[in-house]
Design a protein around this ligand. Structure first.
Ligand SMILES: Cc1cc2nc3c(=O)[nH]c(=O)nc-3n(C[C@H](O)[C@H](O)[C@H](O)COP(=O)(O)OP(=O)(O)OC[C@H]3O[C@@H](n4cnc5c(N)ncnc54)[C@H](O)[C@@H]3O)c2cc1C
Length: 225
């Protein structure tokens, strides 16, 4: 297996991650080989794998990776088809431990989930109240909500129910630089207020309002916040 990072760099990263996390930190060749694959034709050997037990592990793992300048990649069940679940990065696998259905409110027709929950587990729980989660990629018995959000997954019933983006009310997001924000539908007034508050959150929202593009107008610029 070809290494993309010097072993001494990976050793220090692994050691500090293992000290900071309760979850699993796997930098062995076997684990890295397993996570070099997804459902696409692409193969990228990760620097290592983090399997967080809870959100504190996610925050602590990100902090260590940031300090080392190591890239990170979230991962559900790795069924994406275009190579977006593999990278030369520290892969955070949410499917093993962070898969709780936190709360289901049939009256409000809303559920709060951790990112590793599989689509069918949400649908089975909702079905007890004659409800469902509409977007159903063909991989619905494996696909996680985190991966469905990452891919904006659809599926046959999304024709009636909308794609994943149309069925998400709110996200609890942490950025690479450690900013934690709750995002959701935002009115024009709220958008202006958030931008006005400034800071990193304001800069992110300002970037969404006026996305900078390359000269040909097609791709985000590298200095996009
Ligand atoms: C046979 C087959 C049929 C398919 N049919 C469909 C279909 O009908 N409709 C459809 O839309 N798709 C389909 N897909 C694609 C894929 O299965 C879905 O998009 C699925 O929702 C991906 O879920 P996953 O948990 O495997 O995500 P992954 O592949 O693990 O991740 C997908 C993306 O989300 C990101 N991600 C995952 N979790 C997080 C997180 N917690 N935080 C940040 N980013 C995260 C990953 O980095 C990646 O970019 C199909 C795939 C296969 C192999």
């Amino acid at each position: 297996m070809r290494d993309s990072v010097p072993p001494e760099y990976a050793d220090a990263l692994q050691r500090e991650l293992a000290e900071a996390l309760e979850g699993e930190v796997r930098f062995d060749a076997g684990s890295r080989a397993l996570y070099a694959y997804d459902a696409s034709v692409f193969r990228q050997v990760p620097i290592g794998v983090v399997i967080p037990r809870h959100e504190q592990d996610v925050l602590a793992g990100l902090e260590v990776c940031r300090r080392h300048g190591a890239p990170v990649l979230g991962r559900g069940c790795g069924t994406a088809l275009a190579g977006q679940s593999v990278n030369s990065a520290v892969v955070f696998d949410f499917s093993k431990y962070m898969h709780a259905l936190v709360h289901l409110d049939p009256q409000a027709r809303q559920a709060r989930v951790q990112p590793g929950l599989v689509c069918d587990e949400l649908r089975d729980a909702a079905e007890e109240y004659q409800l469902t989660f509409g977007p159903d990629p063909a991989t619905h018995d494996h696909a996680t909500l985190g991966g469905m959000i990452g891919n904006n997954a659809c599926g046959t019933h999304s024709v009636m129910a909308g794609k994943t983006v149309d069925n998400v009310d709110e996200l609890d997001v942490v950025t690479y630089d450690g900013v934690r924000i709750r995002v959701g539908r935002t009115s024009d007034e709220q958008l202006e207020a958030i931008i006005g508050q400034g800071g990193r959150r304001g800069a992110i929202y300002a970037g969404l309002k006026h996305p900078a593009t390359s000269d040909d107008g097609t791709t985000p610029r590298a200095d996009w916040p």
